[in-house]
Design a binder for this molecule. Structure first.
Ligand code: C5P
Length: 232
């Protein structure tokens, strides 16, 4: 059974306020992309990786993969305007005979072997896909024009992260079915598979899979990285 990872790193990351895409902002001594790429490359569950780079940053991405000795990168392609278009570009490079596709956001650098195993293992239970989720601690309300219309029961909700694992043909079919992008572009791959009738399991997520959006997130991930490195 072959497991392919699609690492999407083509976001602009404008909220970080730097002159370069988010994947190339420094995290420790290297561009942010180095950390999730190294972790996927070292994973015992991942066979090959497709890297989706910001357009015109494919070459620096390939050089970075070489610099860190990532040997599983089989293709590096430019991403699209939306996350979904970037996933589509990455999945197009995965061979037809792949069994499983694991999609991961480069903006979540601290992906662990445990969470990769959890999402892949759920596919063995007959699910079409699996995602890591965290329970909510705040109260959640639905608004219309700034006015509360409903308080949503919190115990029915999770916030969802990546890596997200899918039965490869199921993800491909869902991407093909999603021809017309709705006004609200999907923010993860599971929602695309759900919309095509797929059954998705939620497994335990990890707080350290925080998505780097702003400078405070970057500093938080950097401090976790230092404590991870010093404890190993
Ligand atoms: O934009 P957001 O932070 O939600 O992006 C999540 C992940 O998707 C990031 O790793 C980002 O690089 C990637 N992405 C992409 N192509 C886009 C937009 C986002 O690969 N057009």
């Amino acid at each position: 059974m072959s497991v392919w990872a699609v690492l999407v790193a083509a976001g602009r990351g404008e909220r970080l306020g730097e002159d370069r895409p988010k994947a190339f902002v420094r995290l420790g001594d290297l561009p942010l992309l180095a950390e999730p790429l190294r972790r996927l490359d070292e994973s015992g569950w991942i066979d090959q990786i497709v890297l989706v780079a910001p357009p015109e940053w494919e070459e620096p991405a390939i050089l970075l993969a070489e610099e860190i000795g990532a040997s599983k990168v089989s293709a590096c392609v430019p991403g699209g305007e939306t996350r979904t278009e970037s996933v589509r570009a990455g999945v197009a490079e995965v061979p037809e005979d792949a069994a499983v596709i694991v999609v991961h956001d480069a903006a979540r650098p601290l992906v662990s072997e445990e969470v990769i195993l959890r999402v892949i293992a759920a596919l063995g239970e007959g699910f079409d896909g699996a995602v890591p989720g965290l329970p909510l601690t705040d109260t959640v309300k639905r608004l219309r024009e700034g006015v509360v219309v409903e308080t949503v029961p919190r115990d029915e909700l999770v916030t969802v992260q990546t890596p997200q694992a899918f039965v490869a043909p199921v993800l491909r079919a869902a991407l093909t079915a999603l021809r017309v992008e709705s006004t609200q572009s999907p923010t993860d791959c599971a929602s695309i598979v759900e919309a095509n009738g797929g059954r998705i399991k939620v497994v335990d997520g990890d707080e350290k899979l925080l998505k780097v959006t702003n400078r405070a997130d970057l500093e938080r991930v950097a401090s976790w990285l230092v404590s991870d490195t010093s404890s190993s």
